[in-house]
Write a protein that binds this ligand. Sequence first.
Ligand code: DGI
Ligand code: FE
Ligand code: FE
Length: 201
Amino acid sequence: MKSKKTVEHTGKYTPYAREELMQKIQMRMSERRFLHVLGVEETAIALAARNGVSLEKASIAALVHDYAKERPNDEMELIIKTHGFDPELLEYGNNIWHGIVGAYLVEKELGITDEEILQAVRGHTTGAKEMSALDKVIYVADYIEPGRKFPGVDEARIIAMENLDEAVKYETKHTLQHLIEQEAKIYPKTIDTYNVWVSGK
Ligand code: DGI
Ligand code: FE
Ligand code: FE
């Protein structure tokens, strides 16, 4: 299943062979989320190919992007308190933590030290004022992977295949709209992303 659109892992960015890495990721999440992760990988590779990004980095960043999504809150809170993370994070929940703290766990537990990959994981939920091409690939692939179903996703997919920056703009605008409708607490970095990628373009 889903073995067609994967890329070879050379061993440059992870101490584990692909199968072993996949197993470690799969162990940490539900079947449904693992399928999401595989969908993000497939989409990230396609976007990377169109945008001159390393396919291997896109593959690995996609595979690990939600590694910490199912960690218990108390474990995440303890890491935030003891590892120098901004205490303001404690006012949010795992939706905001799993990328930022997740990058730390990906480095510590999966042995991935490549700063570009870790940054893509860190910013995949909120985006950032400045985003590398790899950051954009992961941010957008997470939003449009084949398993996503919400109004507007088809439009987002079409835009993403044409212009990655426009896809970042579309996603940021619609995510913020959705959060406001839900009266959710907006993480300041999400607003920073909006100011640069939506209002500023
Ligand atoms: O982890 P995924 O579900 O694949 O996707 P994600 O990491 O992009 O987003 C996780 C959730 O976080 C999604 O429901 C949107 C939400 N989110 C994004 N920015 C903010 C946010 N939630 C709050 N409360 N505040 C934000 O600024
Ligand atoms: Fe996520
Ligand atoms: Fe995701």
